[in-house]
Design a protein around this ligand. Sequence first.
Ligand SMILES: Nc1ccn([C@@H]2O[C@H](COP(=O)(O)OP(=O)(O)OP(=O)(O)O)[C@@H](O)[C@H]2O)c(=O)n1
Ligand SMILES: C[C@](O)(CO)[C@H](O)COP(=O)(O)O
Length: 234
Amino acid sequence: MGKLGVIIVAAGKGSRMGTAESKQYLQLGQKPILVHTLQLFQNIHEVNEIILVVGGNDVERCTGYVQSFALSKVTHVLAGGAERQDSVRRGLEALEQDTDWVLVHDGVRPFVSREHVFDCLSKAKEQDAAVLAVPVKDTIKVVDSAKRIQSTPDRRSLWAIQTPQAFRLSLLREAHQRALQDDFMGTDDAMLVERIGTTVHVVEGDYYNIKITTPEDLPWAEWILQNVRGEEQQ
Ligand SMILES: Nc1ccn([C@@H]2O[C@H](COP(=O)(O)OP(=O)(O)OP(=O)(O)O)[C@@H](O)[C@H]2O)c(=O)n1
Ligand SMILES: C[C@](O)(CO)[C@H](O)COP(=O)(O)O
């Protein structure tokens, strides 16, 4: 079976949301967005440990959440880094030594379904590395800096990548170490694993697993909470 650790990254500034309060602390229903996400993983029996990575000024507030929402699996509340990748790396350093598998998940994706978390983890246990994703619905163009279309990739090969991303822990640690050595910065963990030559497998998720990013995501998030995922989150 092997021990399972989860890293929740929530140290971003939320600049695209544009609110005074960073988006992970905005209320969704009765609780901050980040608390919904944490409760989801707290309630998965197979999870042994959760590392929560937050902004340097938010460690105290989040330690308070751990107490008040009885998030007993959160063993560390750490300050993150300048980029998401730096925050994940700090989380990796904190995981217990005997951890075998790790899920990395965005603190601002509160609607991943339990079923898809298990699907992703199962695939990683077979193949070492797996991520949730959905097929893109739009036609995607490659556009240059002068806003001229350069090409149109075949949509059948395009997937929008989500989290969680699941890995054998030793593999993800190596991938982060190599990225650090090479001064490589990626926008997700899969990229770091891909570049060291390991295949990452895609597991189909669903379109409700949004990353709350811009203001129009907020009413959509409230709707998903009320109509789709409300029961699961309590
Ligand atoms: N230095 C960073 C940057 C991002 N994140 C986290 O990574 C996740 C996905 O990032 P994104 O949605 O881009 O969040 P922000 O960086 O906060 O948003 P923005 O780019 O609009 O500033 C979020 O949970 C965010 O808090 C992090 O832990 N550390
Ligand atoms: C990891 C991620 O959520 C997968 O879609 C995404 O890459 C995070 O990117 P961002 O630049 O931090 O929004």
